[in-house]
Write a protein that binds this ligand. Structure first.
Ligand SMILES: Nc1ncnc2c1ncn2[C@@H]1O[C@H](COP(=O)(O)OP(=O)(O)O)[C@@H](O)[C@H]1O
Ligand SMILES: [Mg+2]
Length: 380
């Protein structure tokens, strides 16, 4: 899964850059505003089709430039993003156009560990749902279809609930039945797959700083232990009709995270939350790797600089064990890397949008990088 080579043209302050990475750890260091996060952002955009720090991808295109190109080569394939002017970005896999972001995510799964990550604990349920559905997506081949079927049906039922006339002609019964069917499929699949993942995650995270008696519970989106989904929808029909939407179901699922019987965000300090969420994410990557043999690429943005000594040591111990390819940004060259010396590292100095492989690296360049011609502006 390792990203061997990356070309960036006109992303933020990076005008043109060709980079060859280590399959192990890549440390990008340099002062604030030098362009470190922009490199991670470029990788993230190839995997997800969006930036993690801008609503619109256009914001990442260099001011004054007509377009941008990002291209990455992995062992057996390549992904390219091309953005021209105001047009939508186009994606290519092995030089063939693709409209499927899902395909990108499967080819290059990435996980971002950043300062904002710890907000997962305080965020609305949607964020935690996305978090466990990321596991679902990678380890359960049929999950995406189940998810899409359910959400399409939900949309139809909600439309009928808003339209008072069509409720008389059986449309509501039809879509309710279908919602029960697709909702139960989705719920049961989550229940089955998440059971082991939650257990694994709990074991992985339970000795993080401040974490005692950790419990992780999947909440299905209704009181599924008391009533089945059909009954729940029947009970809430009148109110759903009045409101014009479906209140209960897998679209309301959540993950309840408690430490010593209290919500984790109340029990853990901000620093502890950061390490804890990082550990949750690492556990997730490891689980996906164990289940699928695909190791998500880890993008770690500035995180180490925010952690105290104990948290850094714990995190680096955890990172040392993962075989994933890692990209770490840091203002200080040695901030974190010294703790990870058990794994080979390649150091990159970033300065005013220029990224230079530094002589301090303790890893040789990968022997076989793709031989494909590299001229990112050719098609831009
Ligand atoms: N669209 C853009 N065009 C050109 N420069 C940009 C654009 N967006 C941000 N920048 C600049 O790019 C630099 C890169 O920032 P960033 O990657 O966040 O740096 P670091 O992570 O090293 O602190 C910043 O100096 C910022 O001012
Ligand atoms: Mg940064």
């Amino acid at each position: 899964m390792a990203l061997q080579r990356l070309n960036i043209v006109n992303i933020r302050n990076i005008s043109r850059q060709e980079l060859i990475f280590s399959n192990d750890i890549n440390v990008l260091y340099g002062s604030n505003g030098s362009g470190k996060t922009s490199v991670l952002e470029a990788i993230y955009m190839l995997s997800t089709g969006k930036s993690f720090r801008a609503q619109r991808m256009a914001a990442a295109v260099q001011h004054g430039a007509e377009g941008a190109v990002i291209e990455a080569w992995m062992q057996n394939t390549s992904i390219k993003l091309q953005k021209k002017g105001a047009k939508k970005a186009q994606f290519f896999v092995a030089n063939q156009v693709t409209n499927s972001i899902v395909e990108l995510a499967r080819l290059l799964p990435v996980q971002l560990l950043s300062l904002q990550g710890y907000q997962l604990l305080n965020a609305p349920p949607e964020e935690r749902r996305k978090f466990f559905d990321w596991t679902m997506f990678h380890v359960e081949p049929g999950f995406l279809k189940l998810w899409q079927d359910f959400h399409r049906t939900l949309k139809q039922r909600n439309a009928v609930l808003r339209d008072k006339y069509s409720q008389n002609d059986g449309a509501l019964n039809f879509w309710t039945e279908k919602l029960v069917e697709t909702g139960c499929d989705l719920h049961e699949t989550r229940l089955r797959v998440l059971k082991d993942w939650l257990e694994y995650t709990k074991n992985y995270c339970q000795d993080m700083p401040g974490v005692k008696n950790l419990s992780l519970d999947y909440l299905p989106g209704w009181n599924a232990e008391e009533v089945d989904y059909a009954e729940r929808l029947a009970l809430s029909l009148r109110q759903d009709s009045a409101l014009g939407y479906t209140r209960f179901g897998p679209h309301r699922a959540d993950l309840q995270i408690s430490v010593a019987g209290e919500p984790a965000q109340q029990m853990l300090s901000t620093g502890q939350q950061k390490t804890f969420v990082a550990a949750l994410q690492l556990a997730q990557s490891q689980w996906v790797a164990d289940c699928t043999d695909k190791h998500p690429v880890l993008l770690i943005d500035d995180l180490p600089s925010e952690l105290d000594k104990q948290a850094r040591a714990k995190l680096s111990e955890t990172l040392s064990k993962t075989p994933s390819q890692i990209f770490i940004t840091s203002v200080e060259k040695k901030a974190f890397s010294t703790l990870l010396k058990t794994r080979p590292q390649k150091m990159f100095h970033v300065e005013h949008g220029l990224v230079t492989a530094s002589a301090a690296s303790n890893v040789a360049s990968p022997k076989s990088v793709s031989k494909q011609a590299v001229n990112p502006l050719e098609t831009a």
